[in-house]
Design a protein around this ligand. Structure first.
Ligand SMILES: [Zn+2]
Length: 239
C-alpha cells in the first residue's frame, strides 16, 4: 500500500508523503493536478517520495490534465538539496514547465503553516523523520512516516482521536505497546510489509485494558474527522 495520506481540511487539501502508488490513487479519486497544491514529506526515503517523479512528469507533459497551479512541497531541512539531486537526473524541462512552479519549503521548526492553518511537524526517531499533527473540529490527528517503537512516538500519539501509523517497522508487541501506552482512540496501521490480524490485535489490546480500536489499513480507506473526537470510518474499499 502507498505510504501516503490525503488530508482534506475545509478548502485545504494536502498529501502527506508521496510513495509508490499515490499518483495513480489520486487519479482514481478523480483529483486533478490542480486539486493538489500541497505535499508534505516526512523524510527522504524512496518509499515516501518516489511517486513525485511520475506526478511531476504528468504535471509538466500531460495533455489531459496539465497543471496550471503552483505546487508547494514541504519537508525537513535538506529538502532542497535532496529533491534537486533527484530531479537533476531528468533535466529541468522534464519535470517542470512554464505553466506552474514547484516551491520547496524546508521546515526548520516543529510547525508548518498551510493556508493559514498551523500543523505540527514533529521530529521522531529515526533521525529527520517527521510526523504530522493537526486538529479538525475538535478531533486530534497524528500521522507518522517511518518509525520504530520509541517513547517519542508514544508521547506524540498520547490520547489523540485518530493516528495513522507506520506499522511496517513494528512487530505486534510494539503495536500493542504503542496502543496501550498512548491510549490513542483509533489507530490505523499503515505502511505495512506484512499481514496483520486485526481481530487478534484488538483482542490482545483489550486484554491489556486498551479501550480504543486498532484498524489494519487498506488503500483508499476514508475517515471523516467528525466533531469532538469521533472520527468515523466512511469507506473501507480497495479499488
Ligand atoms: Zn518507509
Amino acid at each position: 500500500m502507498a505510504s501516503s495520506v490525503l488530508v482534506e481540511l475545509g478548502n485545504t487539501r494536502l498529501v502527506y508523503d508521496f510513495g509508490r502508488g499515490i499518483a495513480h490513487r489520486l487519479v482514481g479519486l478523480g483529483l486533478r493536478q490542480d486539486d493538489i497544491e500541497h505535499i508534505v514529506l516526512s523524510h527522504f526515503h524512496p518509499d515516501h517520495l518516489s511517486d513525485l517523479i511520475p506526478y511531476l512528469h504528468a504535471a509538466a507533459w500531460s495533455q489531459i490534465d496539465p497543471r496550471s497551479k503552483d505546487l508547494h512541497i514541504y519537508g525537513p531541512v535538506g529538502l532542497e538539496v535532496q529533491l534537486m539531486r533527484l530531479l537533476s537526473l531528468f533535466g529541468p524541462s522534464t519535470l517542470s514547465r512554464e505553466h506552474f512552479e514547484v516551491h520547496l519549503h524546508e521546515i526548520h521548526t516543529d510547525q508548518l503553516v498551510i493556508d493559514d492553518r498551523v500543523l505540527g511537524f514533529v521530529d521522531l526517531p529515526p533521525a529527520d523523520n517527521h510526523g504530522l499533527t493537526f486538529a479538525a473540529g475538535g478531533t486530534t490527528v497524528v500521522l507518522t512516516g517511518d518509525s520504530s517503537f520509541h517513547e517519542q512516538e508514544v508521547a506524540c500519539l498520547q490520547g489523540v482521536d485518530l493516528a495513522v501509523i507506520d506499522a511496517g517497522h513494528l512487530d505486534d508487541d510494539e503495536i500493542l505497546e504503542l496502543a496501550v501506552h498512548s491510549r490513542a482512540a483509533l489507530i490505523v496501521c499503515s505502511h505495512l510489509y506484512r499481514e496483520l490480524d486485526e481481530a487478534e490485535l484488538n483482542a490482545m489490546a483489550s486484554a491489556r485494558d486498551y479501550e480504543g480500536r486498532l484498524i489494519v489499513g487498506q488503500d483508499l480507506m476514508v475517515f471523516d474527522l467528525g466533531s469532538q473526537g469521533r472520527p468515523v470510518q466512511r469507506r473501507p474499499a480497495v479499488r
